[in-house]
Design a protein around this ligand. Sequence first.
Ligand code: UDP
Ligand code: MG
Length: 387
Amino acid sequence: MENQDNMREKDREKEEIQANPSPNGNLATPATESQTTPRSSQNQQQGRQKQEERGRERHNRYRRPRPQGVDTERQHDLAKELSIVIPLFNEEQSLRELYDKIRNALSRNQRFEIIFVDDGSTDNSMRILHDLRHRDRRIKIIRFRRNYGKSAALSVGFNNAKGDIIITMDADLQDDPNEIPNLVNEIKKGFDLVSGWKKKRRDPITKTIPSKFFNFIVSKMTGIKLHDFNCGLKAYRKEVVKEIEIYGELHRYIPVLAHWRGFKIGEIVVQHYARKFGKTKYGLGRFWKGFLDLVTTLFTTRYLQRPLHFFGLWGLFFFLIGFGIDAYLVVLKFVEGIALSNRPLFLGGILLTIVGVQIISIGLLGEMIAKTRHVNDKEYSVKEFWK
Ligand code: UDP
Ligand code: MG
């Protein structure tokens, strides 16, 4: 494929040179000039013309061939370098087709790299990736020592991406590489992150209905108007991926994390296909894990630097209710002589007071951790990296 492209490029260069013949061919000075100017200045002029012609020829010769029938403005923007990050776990049957589709989707003069992150596959995925890399050095392969999950795979891909725009997509052919130019175009409009929306989703109903519910809740809780938070197909400006930290299974909340840091989020409808080979790597467990991760995301985005604002509020709430109840009962005892020993409410008040103090203490501990926090541990371990 690559060789064929090179050959075609060379042929085109040859054609261009033939279309612009050597400078000597069209150096004829107008007769009138040669008759009127003295001989020395005529020579100078000829020399200058010769030089100009040579320069023009050199320019034509090394000019990059222009793609035919492609909107040049769009082309200009796409000429920025793209990094395509693809996490994969046991996807041997899809990889070759995926690579071909990506190549076909990108224009010929598009600069790009494809970073395949093998998340501990146990099938032939690595062998196929090496075959592909042998053909095309723009392919990079990062291999994890074991299966760490999609978030870790995306994270290492992000850290090593060199492009100005980073595209992520799944390796299972469910995402369509032809959407890449559309995503890039949307980024060009001024968005920092553009997420795909699988409006017509080709997945079993056991996945689509809970997913709709999940997206609705996340959208309501975070105030971000997206329909499909967890779409694998997304485009990012490089600033976004260098700034957000994803771990565990937080890849579902990348738009939330980015939005919280002030990045502008967009969305476009994208094609989605049914899984052709292999099976999904996530069972129903994704939903309850997803909701717990939502709590983590909401908490860490808002309160990571000020945990006492969260714990302190709830702690004070419980403490004051407990204290109020007990104070009221004590007053009753002194005024009306009602004994405290047989009043369960008194015990409830004590319980609430203690719980309140405990929650405030947790907040204070959180503050101490926040002050000394040192995030430098990577969650994953890379076994091989083919740059
Ligand atoms: N994946 C991964 N590590 C994992 C699970 C999945 O890299 O532990 C990859 C997988 O190979 C695919 C993408 O993440 O490229 C999405 O996974 P899958 O298709 O199973 O998810 P679904 O489409 O069912 O949401
Ligand atoms: Mg899939």
